[in-house]
Design a binder for this molecule. Structure first.
Ligand code: SF4
Ligand code: SF4
Length: 112
């Protein structure tokens, strides 16, 4: 970029609002179809295991808790394709909006 056009560019941008936001103090709105942390509705789940079978990342394990079998999602393995949501016949898995998922604990990466 030559100097006159560079100065013009700088001058034009001095008068504009910043293109960036001050994350984490400011956050951009998410799209309606954003693929964040899973929301599991255990009361709807019938334990069929289709979600675990279709998961390409092997991120879903079926666990039995108090006699009821339901999925656990390991977010450390998940690639957020949401085939599990598509295949679930009961609508028991929904894409959530939570995206700040970093953690020091593997246990906190499991959605139950
Ligand atoms: S979003 Fe995709 S990778 Fe993640 S648990 Fe569901 S099927 Fe598996
Ligand atoms: S596919 Fe749906 S109903 Fe079947 S085990 Fe998974 S969450 Fe439960």
């Amino acid at each position: 970029m030559r100097l006159p056009s560079l100065i013009r560019e700088v001058w034009a941008n001095l008068l504009k609002k910043p293109a960036t936001v001050k994350y984490p103090f400011e956050k951009l709105p998410l799209s309606k179809t954003y693929r964040g942390k899973h929301e599991l509705m255990r009361d709807r789940c019938v334990g069929c295991g289709l979600c675990a079978k279709i998961c390409p990342a092997f991120a879903i394990t079926m666990r039995s808790v108090y006699g009821k079998v339901s999925p656990e999602v390991d977010l450390a393995k998940c690639i957020f394709c949401y085939q599990c949501e598509d295949v679930c016949p009961r609508g028991a898995i929904k894409r959530g909006k939570e995206y700040e998922l970093a953690s020091w604990s593997r246990n906190e990466m499991i959605v139950r």
